[in-house]
Design a protein around this ligand. Structure first.
Ligand SMILES: [Zn+2]
Length: 289
């Protein structure tokens, strides 16, 4: 179990480090107060009462108490915001001031003794946790903060999986033979699995392998655009070509190039893992007609 929780906590910290405050994004919705810690959970405003009223917290007899432990339950609800406190000594001076300041927020809460406490997720407008929304937030953070390229890897014209593919390639996380070898995996050969002539790097697999070049040539030919001499990973990231519309700011070229690179990589994986026949120029022409 320790490993599972360690994994969850580690994932939470990674998400926090992306700039998404996941740890504090869950807050209690208090009803009867039987599941919410009065001082240690976030349930009023966006801060723990222990942090907001630290002097008072130090005097609390039972710092881990639940709200229901301390509430005065009244049949007529007149004492809705009333609490019975237990201090290690009587609050005086600034601690007494904290106690009077605590009174106001407590009185704003409406307790429901017939309903258990719940949770709300503050990163969704309707307070419900959705993994799809968290995934989207993570993707946006990752893709818009690509540290190495200094450019955004967001392009609304392509599916998310293609943005992620480009990000992985940029981070040297595509498992080419060259990359697997660099990470210490013992391989019989590093030669490209498609042409068998050159060590397989990202640059080779996507742009220099003879089949990849044929595919790129087709793409540029269909777009009535000369194939650029500098076609490589960096130029693909930019995705701006001189051509029919040099002022194009719609990211259309970038979308075409990213999608093509993704198709080349998918095709390579089909050959490597499913032993399928490599897509060839004839197939490309047939598929396009
Ligand atoms: Zn090759």
């Amino acid at each position: 179990m320790g490993t599972t929780w360690d994994g969850i906590l580690e994932a939470g910290l990674i998400i926090n480090n992306l700039g998404i405050n996941l740890t504090d994004s869950f807050a209690r919705t208090v009803n009867n107060g039987t599941h919410t810690r009065l001082w240690d959970d976030i349930w009023i405003s966006n801060v723990r009462l222990a942090d907001r009223f630290p002097r008072l917290y130090r005097l609390e007899c039972n710092p881990r108490c639940l709200i229901s432990d301390q509430r005065n339950i009244s049949a007529n609800n007149d004492l809705n915001g009333s609490f019975r406190w237990c201090w290690t000594r009587t609050p005086t001076g600034r601690t007494a001031t904290e106690l009077s300041e605590l009174d106001n927020p407590l009185r704003t809460v409406t307790f429901r003794d017939d309903i258990d406490d719940g949770w709300k997720w503050k990163l969704n407008t309707n307070d419900q946790f959705r993994s799809s929304i968290l995934t989207e937030l993570i993707n946006i953070k990752i893709l818009s903060n690509d540290i190495n390229s200094g450019t955004t890897l967001l392009n609304r014209l392509v599916p998310k999986k293609i943005e992620i593919f480009v990000w992985r390639a940029r981070q040297s996380r595509l498992p080419t033979l060259c990359e697997l070898n660099r990470r210490g995996i013992d391989l019989d050969s590093l030669l490209c699995l498609v042409c068998g002539n050159v060590i397989e790097s990202v640059e080779h697999a996507l742009f220099k392998c003879e089949l990849s070049v044929k595919i790129w040539r087709c793409i540029f030919q269909w777009c009535i655009e000369p194939i650029p001499r500098d076609l490589n990973f960096q130029s693909m990231l930019q995705g701006k070509r001189i051509g029919l519309n040099p002022n194009d700011t719609s990211n259309t070229w970038q979308a075409i190039e990213w999608t093509t690179a993704h198709a080349i990589w998918s095709n390579r994986n089909q050959v490597v893992f499913k032993k399928k026949k490599m897509l060839c120029y004839i197939d490309l022409k047939r598929n396009s007609s």
